[in-house]
Design a protein around this ligand. Structure first.
Ligand code: ZN
Ligand code: ZN
Length: 644
């Protein structure tokens, strides 16, 4: 029997009364007498109304009638009724609803069964809950989680753990919700570590699934030391556990440790599986470790046509700025999905190959692959960087109609970038104002950036204030705002910004650049002299600056509209971390090899100019990836087109 919509029911009860099965029912319907409408009214409509009004007696009366006439309401209405029973602790009514839901061999939706289990749990009838649970054909995480937290709350810890193990055995992956509800349920009784002790006490700790679950839980709560301890206590290794620990570190952005463990795992003689390799690739991607990524690629080869792995490889090569490698993977892939295409399009666009990105988008459309949200972000990004303002506006305004995708935050960001780049600031402001939902900090940052480039102080102040309202911890924006005020001699405003920073304990993080040389990562921080070759690097840097000045380099000391530290001076500018990393790259890498640098802060105007001229003078390709974009320096030019 299917759920009957209220329209059908209306038709059903507007038939002559004689067709209804009993006069008793008729009296019942009439006796509701709640609406001023004359009988016959819609039974289902009344039922729904009673449920939402939390009128339990009348809702139950209507339910009995519906039961007699084999009428069913929708899941949401039943869940409202069950809530009502719970609120009044109406156990018998709850049981009656249970019978009705399963009557005539009907199987309610998993969603509704979960609500029923939850009802029994709340009534403290764990046997009934388990009975419903046992008979469920399709259990999902919610079902398992409900039972696990019920047992934990009832202090039946062994039972809760048993369910956790069974769940893992059935291959149902607990999600964060499962873990948090296990832990929440455990709260006060035992926290995570005590849960761990309990697992050891009942001898479950040797279970590979429990161990990997424990590692997952610790990792998800950021307790990586404990995760590693659980891992290290393991006597015999197991691939599942290795995967958990590696994924744990990779997801917590500790790529170094993830890679160290990956190497250990290989030494221990385990063959990496797809999932592990995917985690490791993500770690390489996060750190922009191209050489290590290439090493992992070798292991990926045996899963040559694994789509997920190939997509992870593509992403890694794109984010590491090696489009040649990305393209080689892309071309070799027999199976490509929309993620593969989007990754490649966005990768090309972000690395300065706008035309190629748009060409690839055309091929994708020809093949009939439907673009997704990310694809359009890549396309708009490409239009923006190629200066194709009209094309960008066309895609932005027609994306809903053409591809059924509503413009989101990232699309707006690209459009503000596009208009800002073209100097059409007032249109960018209009775009922000016409946005349906409230613009977020990222959108305002894109506008602020455009103002910075076009030196529009008034709009910049407005955008900066909006950013700080939404993200009061954004150090860069405070510094920028204070520099703008300083330049216009608004000293009171400068003092106020500085005070706000002090009060909120905000300090701008020091600039740091990383470069990978011989599979080792070298970090350079402004003012830090701990690198073993720092003296030589400084000497070389000074010589290079001297040589560059001979070909027209003038250090750019204009800090207006830059989010650099206020106390910048020409001398500290000289030793910005990316300059140190570039020089170290020139010293250590063979001629002809691309110098790839990752940076935590946006590159400053002086370093940008320095790198452009240096790339030409030294005939080197230099790639700098900052938190927002990629800069491909080659032959005196940068892929960002001097807008960043
Ligand atoms: Zn700099
Ligand atoms: Zn650039």
């Amino acid at each position: 029997m299917k759920t009957i919509s209220s329209k059908v029911v209306k038709k059903f009860i507007t038939k002559p009364p004689s067709l209804l099965s009993s006069t008793a029912s008729l009296t019942s319907i009439a006796s509701f007498n709640v609406s001023n409408k004359a009988f016959p009214s819609s039974l289902l409509d009344d039922f729904t109304k009673f449920c939402y009004q939390r009128d339990l007696p009348r809702a139950m009366q209507a339910l009995e009638l519906m039961h007699t006439h084999c009428i069913r309401a929708d899941c949401i209405t039943y869940s409202e009724l069950i809530k009502c029973c719970l609120a009044r602790r109406a156990i018998q009514h709850g049981k009656r609803i249970h019978v009705h839901l399963f009557s005539n061999g009907h199987l309610p939706k998993t969603f509704l069964i979960n609500i029923l289990i939850n009802m029994y749990v709340k009534f403290g009838l764990l046997h009934d809950a388990q009975d419903v649970f046992d008979k469920m054909p399709d259990r999902n995480v919610v079902s398992w989680t409900t039972m696990i937290s019920a047992y934990s709350a009832a202090k039946l810890n062994d039972k809760a753990l048993e369910f956790l193990v069974l769940m893992l055995r059935e291959g149902v992956r607990p999600n964060m919700f499962t873990y948090s509800s296990v832990l929440r349920a455990c709260d006060g009784l035992f926290n995570l570590r005590q849960l761990h002790c309990c697992i050891i006490k009942i001898g479950l700790d040797s279970d590979v699934f429990v161990r990997s679950a424990l590692i997952d839980v610790y990792s998800r709560w950021g307790e990586l030391e404990n995760a590693l301890r659980v891992f290290d206590e393991m006597v015999t290794g197991d691939l599942v556990v290795w995967s958990s620990i590696i994924a744990g570190f990779a997801q917590n952005s500790d790529g170094d440790e993830a890679l160290r463990l990956f190497k250990r795992m290989k030494r221990a003689g385990f063959l990496a599986q797809q999932t592990t390799l995917t985690s490791v690739l993500r770690a390489c991607t996060g750190l922009a470790l191209l050489e290590l990524g290439r090493q992992v690629h070798v292991h990926v080869l045996k899963y040559d046509q694994d789509l997920i792995l190939n997509n992870a490889l593509l992403d890694m090569y794109c984010k590491c700025g090696s489009l040649e490698d990305a393209n080689a993977v892309f071309v070799r892939m027999l199976e490509k999905d929309v993620i593969s295409w989007s990754t490649m399009i966005a990768g090309l666009a972000q690395n300065g190959y706008s035309k190629e990105a748009l060409k690839l988008f055309e091929s994708m459309k020809v093949l009939g692959i439907k673009p997704n949200y990310v694809t359009i972000v890549g396309v708009l990004f490409a239009c923006s960087h190629a200066g194709l303002v009209e094309e960008g506006l066309y895609y932005f305004h027609s994306m809903k109609e053409l591809f059924g995708i509503d413009p989101g935050r990232e699309h707006y960001g690209c459009m503000i970038d596009l208009l800002g780049r073209a100097g059409r600031l007032s249109e960018a402001v209009d775009l922000i104002n016409e946005k349906e939902c409230e613009p977020d900090a990222v959108t305002w940052r894109a506008l602020l950036n455009a103002c910075r480039v076009h030196r529009n102080v008034d709009v910049a102040i407005h955008a900066a204030k909006q950013i700080l309202r939404l993200d009061p911890q954004d150090a860069g924006t405070y510094v920028l705002l204070s520099n703008i005020y300083a330049n216009t001699q608004r000293w009171n405003d400068v003092a106020e910004v500085r005070r706000a920073m002090t009060n909120r304990g905000i300090r701008k993080e020091p600039g740091c650049s990383w470069i990978e040389v011989s599979k080792q990562i070298h970090a350079f921080i402004l003012g830090d002299r701990s690198h073993p070759q720092i003296s030589e690097i400084n000497i070389q840097l000074n010589q290079l600056i001297y040589k560059l000045m001979g070909v027209g380099y003038v250090p750019d000391t204009n800090f207006v509209l830059q989010d650099l530290e206020g106390e910048q001076m020409q001398d500290s500018l000289r030793y910005h971390s990316e300059k140190l990393a570039i020089v170290f790259g020139l010293m250590s890498l063979p001629r002809g090899q691309t110098i790839r640098i990752r940076k935590n802060l946006r590159i400053c105007g002086d370093c940008h100019l320095f790198t452009k001229l240096l790339a030409k003078m030294e005939q080197r390709i230099i790639v700098i990836r900052d938190p927002v974009r990629y800069h491909h320096f080659q032959d005196g030019l940068c892929s960002c087109g001097d807008f960043w």
